[in-house]
Design a protein around this ligand. Structure first.
Ligand code: ACO
Length: 261
């Protein structure tokens, strides 16, 4: 059971909570008093959860406790004192810099795995690393008070938690340049217009809207859902001929499995 692989003891100090109910995992950023500001420990915890859940659940919901989804990196990371109990920001002069940041990115990349569908439930602010976490999910259901901001360039940083590719794919290159290089805030109405949200609902209805979507996602055949997501994910990089061939191959696997039942 994945819950045994990542139990509450494994997540102590990460600011994360994990609950699993049948085919659905809910990952909660649980530092509301800091607006769920993120640390290396949280990113590594997310990666551990991803490893444990691979192939074990069909849907993952990522949510934030309290008024904000996530206020981005814990800004104390940039102070001389750092965050008590946390590893320091990796030093670019260190040979392990690349490996460290890749480890943080692993906390995000698993959310795109074809074996699952990930949903970000966003209320309040999703800033920097938090915006990138919402972008790492397949779908975004947002409250009408949601506010997105790619703050990194304003702080002398680039967004390096895998957010640049989905942002460009969703809003297009010119809008992504404009949003990131001004570090401006995008409200819920504009987010819907830019296709950054699949659904915008009143704040009080966010949990119910996410539950309804989860139920709808679970209503289709599990094998077909996984194979279809795999096809959709590769569609953009394929020619029509390659995609048509991939569809035939996927259908053959599904039908063979059905005959074998
Ligand atoms: N890092 C550390 N602490 C934070 C962060 C953060 N990113 N965001 C909020 N907090 C803390 C505040 O310091 C405050 O602590 P205190 O109660 O001890 O004073 C507490 O969380 C609540 O924050 P408020 O600002 O009072 O909450 P409010 O709801 O009014 O505003 C908001 C929320 C807009 C998110 C604001 O806190 C903010 O702008 N935070 C910083 C956002 C930021 O610049 N993040 C970095 C992005 S770049 C990146 O992620 C790589």
């Amino acid at each position: 059971m994945p819950a045994d692989l990542v139990g509450p003891a494994d997540l102590v100090g990460t600011g994360l909570e994990l609950s699993i109910c049948a085919d659905v995992a809910t990952v909660t950023l649980a530092r509301p008093e800091r607006r769920n500001a993120m640390t290396p420990g949280m990113w590594r915890g997310l990666a551990r959860i991803g490893n444990a859940l691979a192939g074990a659940v069909r849907v993952v919901v990522v949510r934030g406790a309290g008024p904000s989804f996530c206020a981005g990196i814990d800004l104390r990371m940039f102070s001389a004192e750092g965050v008590p109990g946390e590893e320091a920001n990796p030093d670019p002069a260190d040979a392990a810099f690349d490996e460290s940041v890749a480890g943080f990115q692993a906390g995000y990349t698993w959310l795109r795995d074809p074996s699952l569908v990930s949903i970000a439930a966003v209320q309040g602010h999703a800033i920097g690393a938090g915006f990138q976490l919402a972008l790492a999910c397949d779908l975004r259901v947002i409250a009408d008070d949601a506010k997105f901001c790619m703050k990194e360039p304003a702080l002398g940083l680039v967004p390096d938690l895998t957010g640049t590719k989905p942002l460009v794919e969703i809003v297009g290159l010119p809008r992504a340049i404009e949003m990131c290089l001004t570090a401006r805030t995008v409200d819920a109405a504009e987010a819907a217009q830019l296709r950054l949200a699949e659904l915008v609902v009143p704040r009080a209805d966010l949990d119910a809207a996410v539950s309804d979507l989860v139920a709808a996602l679970l209503s289709t055949d599990a094998g077909a859902a996984r194979a279809t997501k795999a096809l959709l994910v590769q569609a953009q990089g394929n020619t029509l001929e390659q995609q048509a061939a991939a569809e035939r191959a996927a259908q053959a696997v599904l039908l063979a499995a059905r005959r074998g039942r």
